[in-house]
Design a protein around this ligand. Structure first.
Ligand code: GLN
Length: 197
């Protein structure tokens, strides 16, 4: 049985596990570096990117995550996406630089400006519409040439893939669709299995 870790230091990590269990995948909260050894993929959840970064460095898991990313998929939602970016517009943030993109934190305003919007994703050549929940979401300003944009909203990428890594500006774990998590599971077998991209 596959095990996918969810970085459980701060933020919205619990709902990812429930969704993964629905897809028949085992899920563990990763709170210590050696717990990564049991995982075939990792989710970095939403929350507060600066706090998650500080806690990541506090438990000395940064280098281990970067090493993990060389052979196993990582999926970041919202704050997790910010941490995966090559560049974020916040000098306090030292990101993991796993996806070649530049992001702006809190680009849509404050907590009250959070919103839900339908998002179209291509899956196996078919369009799937999912409900995207945006909570103080980042905006993707620029993506590198190897980054595939899997979904956009008003011209801004909201779902991207580079190689075996995925990131969303929204929270797919808060919608009823399992499409994004299923893509992560498929990526454990490598990007060649990933369609629609
Ligand atoms: N605004 C948060 C940040 O910049 C991200 C919000 C979220 O993950 N929902 O870190």
């Amino acid at each position: 049985m596959l095990t996918i870790g969810v970085l459980g230091l701060q933020g919205a990590y619990k709902k990812h596990s429930r969704l993964l269990n629905r897809l028949g995948v085992n899920s563990i909260n990763v709170r210590y570096p050696n717990e990564l050894d049991r995982c075939q993929a990792l989710i970095i959840p939403g929350g507060e990117s600066t706090t998650i970064m500080k806690l990541m460095d506090f438990i000395h898991i940064r280098d281990k995550i970067v090493k993990f990313s060389e052979s196993r998929p990582i999926f970041g939602t919202c704050a997790g996406m910010i941490l995966m970016a090559k560049k974020a517009n916040d000098p306090k943030l030292e990101t993991l630089s796993l996806i070649d993109m530049e992001v702006i934190r809190n680009a849509y305003g404050r907590q009250v400006d959070s919103f839900t919007h339908s998002i179209d994703v291509m899956v196996n050549g078919n369009k799937e519409t999912i409900s995207g929940v945006f909570i103080r979401a980042p905006r993707v300003l620029k993506v590198g040439k190897n980054v595939k944009v899997l979904a956009s909203l008003n011209g801004d990428p909201v779902f991207v893939r580079e190689g075996i890594h995925l990131a969303t500006t929204f929270h797919p774990e808060l919608s009823s669709s399992t499409v994004v998590h299923q893509m992560l599971i498929n990526l454990i077998k490598g990007p060649v299995y990933q369609s629609g991209a």
